[in-house]
Design a protein around this ligand. Sequence first.
Ligand SMILES: Cc1cc2nc3c(=O)[nH]c(=O)nc-3n(C[C@H](O)[C@H](O)[C@H](O)COP(=O)(O)OP(=O)(O)OC[C@H]3O[C@@H](n4cnc5c(N)ncnc54)[C@H](O)[C@@H]3O)c2cc1C
Length: 471
Amino acid sequence: MADSRATLIASLTSIAGSANVLTAAADVEPFVNDWRGRYRAAALAVVRPKTVDEVAAVMRACAAAGVAIVTQGGNTGMCGGATPIDGRDQVVVALTRMDAVRAIDVANATITVEAGVTLAATQAAAAKAGLRFPLSLASEGSCTIGGNLSTNAGGTAVLRYGNARDLVLGLEVVLADGEVLHGLRGLRKDNTGYDWKQWFVGAEGTLGIITAAVLKLFPAAQASATAIAGLPSVAAAVALLGHLRRELGDRLEGFELISALALAISRKHPPAPDPLPGMPWYVLVQAADSSAGGALGARVEDALASAVEREIAVDATIAQSLAQADAMWALRENISEAQRREGPNIKHDISLPVSSIPEFLRNAEGALAAAFPGVRFVVFGHLGDGNLHYNLAAPEGGDAASFMHNAPLANRIVHDLVASLGGSISAEHGIGQLKRGELARYKSPVEIAIMRKLKHALDPAGLMNPGKVVG
Ligand SMILES: Cc1cc2nc3c(=O)[nH]c(=O)nc-3n(C[C@H](O)[C@H](O)[C@H](O)COP(=O)(O)OP(=O)(O)OC[C@H]3O[C@@H](n4cnc5c(N)ncnc54)[C@H](O)[C@@H]3O)c2cc1C
């Protein structure tokens, strides 16, 4: 066994070079822990290939040795998908050295990037060409396009542009046997049978390694407007969403719900002023216009003023400068990090029909408060997409770590309610290790069976990211 491991490490070294095969415990450590600090398991090595040919050779070497691989991008995933599991020899294949922008086709409005390019670098490359890649997440400085596609990431502009799945036109993928699937096509129409690229989107590295992608670009925004509205209830937030959709059309890009407690936590780490003191709920509104001269700011202001007149919103404030807009967004984007500093929460990333969200919140709050007296609700999320980050914190002054033991019962209450209202237990973070049991519980047997058949067809030896999703 020790010999075959040593042989594999030697093969990996000959493929990627000794500087890119990490085996010392201290070097491997950052790659075998997840962002939330929930998962950790050993890896034989971390390999950092530079080219698709190196990735294919790494895959072939691991397959020949019967060793599984865990593909990793920025390691910002929320469900332990990029972390090895216990009880299996695994190699982490970290793609961050595959960081080339291969091409930008301005006339076709597409960009071809390698999987390890960060989301922020992809946005910047598009902007340099006068275009825009609209996927946007708080982790965009670290997360990679490979990770974004593999988790079908959502973020703050899904309302207008869709998830990562909607933004991809072509993929290059290394399969479990080391074959390369070439599909870097920039076509908006291609009805030639199964759309196989979509099998790998949201697959969390369980079907193949994405090495490059062709992504859709859009006209750059000529104007943008950011505002925060204070609301008496979530039902009012849903009404405001409908109102702004009517008033702004597809200029409305982001509609983020933030509870008073989520805002308070965000404002604590680091300290920040309160944009509209004393509101039970807040909505961060983002609008953009890609045509020139549209007086967008005035339009958003009028729309919010009429919402206040109609008593949908209590008050609203619109950013008067880019710095103010950034400060408003920082309050939203900082919530996950601030929560992490406060201590562990029982987290849920759920989606529901937008119309059912007030009912969900009412019923969930009642059931959870009865089960866990004093529980605190740290609620925020992409309300425009029906996506809530529904997080539970220990009662004030309580012990956060022991509160986490309530997770199984809390998950049951929340997810049963979500299922009863036609929602999903994972809106944008995926399944990873965290929600495997929940997936099996809430997907129908026929859905699970078809997912397993696809997994078996593409990865019969179970080498691709074992222990994740249905693997
Ligand atoms: C502060 C913060 C805010 C966030 N906000 C959002 C948000 O708004 N919306 C959202 O959707 N997510 C959000 N996330 C979660 C996370 O950033 C996304 O899931 C992101 O898409 C993960 O990208 P990554 O490169 O870090 O992937 P990793 O964490 O490295 O991997 C995630 C999964 O994808 C697989 N994978 C990675 N690269 C590849 C590849 N090239 N080929 C095949 N499989 C691969 C891994 O095996 C793993 O299963 C947030 C995370 C943080 C820390």
